[in-house]
Design a binder for this molecule. Sequence first.
Ligand code: GUN
Ligand code: ZN
Length: 450
Amino acid sequence: MDGAADALVSIDDGALVVDGSGRIVFCGAFDELPEDHESWTVVDHRPGYIFPGFIDTHVHFPQTFIGDAYGGGQLLEWLNACIFPSESQFEDPEFAAAAAVAFCDRRIAAGTTQAMVFGSAFPQAQDALFEETRRRGLRVVSGRGVQTTGPESAARLITSEEDAVRLVSEEIEKWHGADTGDVDTALLHVAVVPRFSLAVTTETLKNLGELYDSVRDRGVYFHSHLNENDRPGTGEVATTKEMYQVDSYLDTYDGKFLPGSKVGGKSFLGKRSILAHAVHCQDVELARMAETGTSISHCPTSQQFLGSGTMPWKRTVASGVTVAIGSDYGGGDEFLLTRVLGDAFKVHISEAGDDGISLHPAELLFTGTLAGARALDMENRIGNFDDGKEADFVVVDPQAWPPLHGLIEKGVRSPDPDLARDQTLFALLMAMREPAITEVYVQGRRIDVA
Ligand code: GUN
Ligand code: ZN
């Protein structure tokens, strides 16, 4: 895509000026700073690089301690053998509180300043997540994972139909915009999150749809999984279509969850709706997502880990749907989004025939930053360094990670300055590891690992 490459801005000796309220008032060359800058506080990050904070549009809080789990199969086997039992541990408030600290630490270490976080089933665990996120000064959109049906291994995660709606409603009232009291300035937001269609009933979809419809205009989000795994015989996609007797998986989130895709309730789709994976979409599903402004969280690391295939890049982007990146930790085994973007590069260059694409480094950066802001309908607040946006950024110092330092200092670069810039950006994205992320800022405030 030329768009991202054309829009890429790289400033060799740059300055980012943040005002007292945490907003960007200048981003440009250091020697073009206004005269009065001598009276300002200057933090010298040289020889580091400054990037917009990374935005993870799909990551699971209750899987903080269950990454790299061996389940002896693909998605549904792995959920059954590893994930449901592990997520059940969050019923213990002390366990959940410790996980909230660890989860925030991993986000900070990885420079993930904003995230759509798939929540725990347990309200006290969600309280711990929101409280810790607020204490640390991070941003979050999250909601409890709703399950009203499922296998025995999920028994502790499953609630009654009444409790499912009540608990989501209480979470919205308690946490949506809670830090400032205004969703347009808040760092904390809530989402309605049915785990996936196989984990809920038509009654749940109807009830949550009504709830969502009643809070949409308050900026509440919707989040779930879509068309992730289509393993013959035991795949999630075929099982969902069979269980609901619908024409497409998306129909179950679009109010058309009755047999024959008949309308049974309200739609969850819209500009604050993000669906993870979308590996096996029909054209009509992509068109409907584009039409409604629903976005996709692409999770290539997880898709490889669980044998789900990969979201076809060219076809999906061509549909007009916003595609942002998601770690899907612990389905993915990487928190660091540049590693996930690296996997995106590898899987899409390897797609068969004309479907293959060598993603431009600017497009990778866009997917990990501004596309996430767009998917969250927060492009006016975060995602890049436009004047007036809130100053979320990370400092990357190659000297703090010797393998990266070697690539930056000694790697061959093209004589063409634009290509040389792209080569340096690519090396930074592909070879960055957590130790290279030396500082992380949200709204101009530095936040540190505990
Ligand atoms: N589908 C339903 N639950 C999950 C989950 O926890 N992880 C992934 N990757 N897919 C899911
Ligand atoms: Zn997931």
